[in-house]
Unconditional design. Sequence first.
Length: 276
Amino acid sequence: MTQTELLYKDPLAAAEQAAQEIAAKTGIAHHDVALVMGSGWVSAVDALGTPVFECNAEEFTGFFAPAVEGHSGKVRSYEIESDGKKLRALVFLGRTHLYEGKGIEPVVHSVRTAVKAGCKVVILTNACGGINTSYKVGQPVLIRDHISLTAVSPLSGATFVDLTDLYSKRIREIVKKEDSSLQEGVYVHWRGPTYETPAEILMMRTMGADLVGMSTVPEAIAAHALGAEVLGISLVTNAAAGVTGEKLNHEEVIAAGKAAADRMGTLLKNTIPKLV
């Protein structure tokens, strides 16, 4: 059976195998925190310092090379020390999206692998459109809850998982103590790859949504189902369709992410040691 076949036939076994490969290559038996870096977020992770290990994700079972600009496709391991406490962070510089047409298993493979590698906390970052008109481009927003408009779940069968505290309130409170200016919002998962129409954004706003993007939700559910605490951070990189009347494009997403990288990197560096 090939590695790709294993991913689709037995995704948890593929995640276990990838986690073992990561442990063997890094020489680190256990990681504590995982980060999945979305579009425009790659440079923010540089604030964590020099990684002790880096390689291409596709060197591990079940991973694919990135298909989207702004995703480097690297896997890194960091050692983070603060107040005498040492943590190991496993960082995925990019992700697979549902709109790529590979199915749900590659979309959630990184977080499943991270939990199998020992991570108790999973931090999911993304670039998103701002539905809430009070949000500014370059503003980070903590995800409080989500609305899925994809009708796709990473779980199957009689797997009934409570999502009441999917985005950990405990962790959100820790992060807000670090940066009291942070707001919280409701994130809509949109399949893509098309951006939303103004009418669709109006519908989402009416439903109570603040943010819209094409990732994060399946990963959050998969990580939570395996027992990890989840923190979701959205970076508003553009106003959603119809908010300003301007057309949407991926280039402005990347540019906004780079502009906010320093703030995001500092937030991650100062917060991670307090999460576990």
